[in-house]
Ligand binder design. Structure first.
Ligand code: HEC
Ligand code: HEC
Length: 271
């Protein structure tokens, strides 16, 4: 028998072996690409083509359309210690005019009579960042956000310059000054909580950490719970969420009461 006759379809042995190989190929393809993927209960497929693509390792359309979308916008503000470092007189002046619309809640002197935060003497960088976050939706509040959404970049810079320029006045909720609670002095090292003053002033100020002294107790408590529950998510790298989550409700109460009881113009030496 010549080679040509061996590899001819007329040779029954050759025809059968080719048929068997092709049959095995089809069976394994059906098994591997269709039956096995279907046999995995945790995978859901839109159709047979989806199953084949999934087995071949291609991204599945049905899975990617269900992909978890970020629920919240995150803060897009980049802060450096020199952001807004040298405001001009003109900028402060323009800020003063703009601030008239804020006075109803934040007080004509930047000190609130209600439970809105005091803005007088707040770090300019904080005013700036919070306004940008309210504008973008990274920080949400039904009362405050409408006043930020239409501000331009320059108006935000001017407002920040103005409020940072205002003196820190005594807060509107004078109380007996409380002693510093443990969590404020030492934090809670085992739970990864640094002393509050290491970011918020008194010990050191990390760019973007607000001045807390003299804010209303209700406001402070509300913010701490909002960070702990994930309702407020605009802190960069979760700095403040990590801390608030690790605090006990009692520590939150104590810290809020303590900061609220401090005169807002407190100076370093009294620590
Ligand atoms: C109707 C009341 C109201 C008006 C008007 C208002 N705010 Fe507010 N503002 C609030 C409240 C309430 C909060 C606290 C929001 C929260 O609990 O998250 C706030 C928060 C802020 C904060 C964040 C402060 C911090 O320490 O985190 C800034 C900055 C601010 N407002 C600036 C402004 C400016 C500037 C204007 C004017 C353009 C303005 N607000 C107008 C009620 C108001
Ligand atoms: C690692 C630095 C860091 C430490 C330590 C820290 N914080 Fe903060 N905290 C921040 C930053 C940054 C923000 C501002 C988040 C933002 O809006 O971008 C903030 C925001 C807050 C606010 C909201 C204030 C406002 O007006 O918006 C409160 C209240 C607060 N911190 C309380 C505390 C208390 C109480 C402690 C101590 C138990 C503490 N923080 C420790 C970094 C810190």
């Amino acid at each position: 028998m010549s080679a040509r006759e061996i590899f001819s379809s007329r040779n029954p042995y050759f025809a059968i072996s080719v048929g068997v190989v092709a049959g095995i190929f089809v069976l394994t393809a059906v098994g591997g690409f269709i039956i096995l993927p279907y046999a995995q209960p945790e995978l859901k497929f839109a159709g047979i083509w989806d199953v084949i693509c999934s087995a071949a390792g291609l991204p599945q359309r049905s899975a990617s359309s269900d992909a978890v979308q970020p629920v919240r916008r995150l803060s897009e503000v980049v802060l450096t210690p020199t952001t807004l470092a040298h405001p001009t007189q003109e900028s402060i002046g323009r800020g003063a005019t703009l601030a008239q619309r804020c006075a109803i809640c934040h007080g004509p002197t930047g000190v609130s009579r209600a439970d809105s935060p005091n803005l007088a003497g707040q770090y300019g960088i904080v005013i700036y960042k919070e306004l940008v976050d309210f504008r973008s939706g990274a920080r949400t509040n039904a009362v405050m956000a409408p006043f930020a959404v239409n501000l331009t970049d320059r108006e935000i810079v001017d407002l920040a310059a103005y409020y940072a320029f205002l003196p820190r006045l005594p807060a509107y909720h004078p109380q007996q000054q409380l002693r510093k609670p443990r969590v404020v002095i030492y934090g809670a090292p085992i739970r990864g909580v640094a002393p509050c003053g290491s970011c918020h002033g008194s010990l050191d100020n990390k760019a973007g950490s607000p001045w807390l002294e003299g804010q209303s107790e209700t406001y402070l408590k509300f913010q701490l719970h909002a960070f702990a529950s994930g309702q407020r998510t605009n802190d960069i790298s979760q700095q403040m969420r990590n801390i608030a989550r690790a605090m006990t409700p009692q520590e939150i109460d104590e810290a809020a009461a303590y900061y609220a009881s401090q005169p807002s113009e407190i100076v370093k030496a009294t620590d």
